[in-house]
Design a protein around this ligand. Structure first.
Ligand SMILES: Nc1ncnc2c1ncn2[C@@H]1O[C@H](COP(=O)(O)OP(=O)(O)O)[C@@H](O)[C@H]1O
Ligand SMILES: N[C@@H](CC(=O)OP(=O)(O)O)C(=O)O
Length: 551
């Protein structure tokens, strides 16, 4: 039996999972010729594909934020004068990325500006995502009327910050035209989809840079696709190309040296090498924008500001008692990210290559220490670091119909995936899965096992026996049957497949056992056998817990 590596791609919360992935694979090929694949399903975009816009113009959009201090608001300016950001510096020093939740409103933008200014010794490059849920809204807009919410959010924010609405009006008009086009054509290509969602970052950065200028902090807005973010032409999930680093460094450094102003860069966006069209880096891609800039400019730190106190021991939406993980290695963080947790899957790559520490912080609670991600850390006492859940997985159970040990069976299976353009860590939609099944059935009996979840245990796999022993103990006393297990080649990830409807309960029980109780037998000894399968078993055994009180 061999267990191949689990490759995870994907993004955080379920509504963000626009691109289903085949995510894990376990092979029992040598003797019995059967294979399991687990594939990840997600709601797909509501619009069908097709061709609408032949080629996006490579020309800049019209609006650029002026850096003149002439119109600075006097009252606010006084406040800023206390902390003249980067004044004494002659070079840019770090990158600070703020996610959508950090810049969701005018108040949030003000707080973020204050936060940035509190780093008096820094001259940061700022990377921003679209405001709040703008990207999701843009993907759901079907009619021009529905554009109202996006228009209203950006106008209100500009008004409340005291910057001219005109700063986004050009984009809102362009957006309207685009939606008219999409409605007329009744189709939306991936390329057009990227163009469509790009408006979110283009507008948030313009408003924020204008606000910084208004309060007397010289800032300059940049569209990433205009300053050297060169990508593949894989619309909706483009990869950053090597040429990006030198180009971005040159542009930002040159501008800073000739006329210092805090750069405010659109996250998430790039420009396709061949198409010259706007591309996006996959959902949550602003993290990758930030680490790319960090590596390009050789910074000593990359800060990623979110709405949680760092990377947590599990998803706080599943279990609110999740705690921040103070230190992580790039390997651990990458594995968490591949599993769809907190960070963009590719975002650790530039940081690791440049050996630049990444700090994940909470913009709502800046005093919290957050999580520091570095190339190595003291693993002598490390056991389990974090638990990640990926729901809505389909397992493919493949049993060869030919002779046992048939030479080339595995090769044939993989060639089917290759022919269909699907790899175990790349996009697969359910229709694609149907094709896979059809093809595989020529050589094997195939069972699709739907409604499964992958629970990934990220940690020190040098202690994998301990982790597994404890995990299986907890799952057994919760009456949960593990249907597949796989240990990642990266050696920091053990993945277990369970039924979807048991998954949340498993995560909570595992969290309790690994992070809150020293002894898992507490979970088994406190309860008589017939109660062991009750939901939230372990939670209910906690003495004095709020959950217990509530029951
Ligand atoms: N293990 C985890 N640690 C921290 N956050 C997690 C974890 N798992 C899921 N999340 C979710 O990820 C969210 C942060 O990611 P995201 O929304 O992409 O941030 P941002 O948009 O600010 O960049 C949190 O609000 C939290 O709900
Ligand atoms: N706005 C994009 C890019 C991004 O990184 O967003 P956030 O930082 O809010 O996850 C998205 O929603 O995917």
């Amino acid at each position: 039996m061999m267990a191949a590596s689990s490759q995870f791609s994907g993004v955080k919360t379920p509504q963000y999972h626009s691109f289903p992935k085949i995510t894990s694979l376990q092979c029992h090929s040598a003797f019995s010729n059967w294979l399991h694949f687990a594939s990840f399903h997600s709601p797909s975009y509501t619009k069908s594909s097709g061709i609408l816009i032949q080629r996006h113009s490579c020309k800049s959009r019209v609006f650029k934020v002026s850096c003149e201090e002439g119109s600075v608001d006097v009252i606010e300016r006084k406040r800023i004068e206390k902390s003249r950001l980067g004044e004494a510096k002659n070079e840019l020093t770090c990158v600070m990325k703020f996610g959508g939740s950090s810049v969701a409103s005018a108040d949030r933008m003000r707080e973020v500006a204050d936060l940035i200014l509190s780093f008096t010794g820094e001259s940061p490059v700022i990377v921003l995502s679209a405001m709040g849920k703008t990207t999701n809204m843009l993907l759901l807009v079907d009619t021009i009327e529905e554009l109202f919410f996006i228009e209203e959010l950006h106008h209100r924010t500009a008004d409340e910050l005291g910057v001219d609405r005109l700063i986004v009006d050009g984009h809102l008009e362009e957006l309207q035209q685009l939606l008219k086009g999409i409605a007329m054509m009744k189709e939306l290509t991936l390329r057009t989809r990227d163009y469509l969602v790009s408006f979110g970052e283009c507008m948030s950065t313009r408003i924020f840079a204008a606000y910084l200028n208004k309060i007397g902090v010289k800032a300059r807005q940049y569209d990433a696709f205009e300053i050297g973010f060169i990508t593949t032409d894989d619309f909706t999930n483009a990869d950053i190309l090597e040429a990006t680093y030198a180009a971005v460094a040159k542009r930002l450094n040159d501008d800073w040296n000739s006329d210092p102003a805090i750069p405010v860069v659109t996250g998430f966006l790039g420009k396709g090498l061949r198409s010259c069209a706007i591309t996006t880096l996959g959902r949550g891609g602003s993290d990758l924008t930030a680490t790319t800039i960090g590596k390009a400019l050789g910074f000593r730190e990359i800060q990623v500001w979110k709405d949680v106190d760092g990377v947590l021991t599990c998803d706080p939406n599943i279990y609110p008692r999740a705690e921040p993980v103070p230190y992580l290695t790039f390997d651990e963080a990458a594995e968490l990210a591949y599993c769809g947790c907190v960070l963009h899957p590719q975002s650790m790559r530039p940081a690791r290559e440049g050996d630049i520490p990444v700090r994940v912080k909470n913009s709502y609670n800046p005093k919290a220490p957050g999580t520091l991600i570095t190339s190595s850390r003291d693993m002598s006492k490390a056991g389990l670091t974090s638990i990640v859940l990926k729901r809505n997985v389909t397992m493919l159970d493949i049993v060869s119909t030919r002779m046992l040990g048939q030479f080339g069976f595995l090769a044939k299976v993989f060639s089917i995936f290759e022919d269909l353009g699907i790899s175990v860590d790349v996009v697969a939609t359910s229709e694609e899965l149907d094709h896979v099944v059809e093809e595989l059935e020529r050589i094997a009996v195939v069972n699709l096992l739907r409604h499964r979840s992958i629970i990934s245990l990220i940690g020190n796999v040098k202690r994998s026996s301990f982790i597994l022993e404890k995990a299986f103990h907890v799952l057994r006393i919760n009456g949960v049957n593990v249907q597949m297990i796989s240990q990642g080649a990266s050696k920091v990830n053990i993945s277990l497949v369970v039924n979807d409807n048991e998954a949340d309960q498993c995560v909570r029980a595992l969290h309790l056992a690994f992070f809150e109780r020293a002894d898992t037998s507490m979970c088994s000894t406190l309860y008589p056998a017939e109660e062991l399968t009750r939901p939230l078993l372990c939670l209910e055994t906690r003495q004095n817990s709020p959950e217990r009180a509530a029951h």
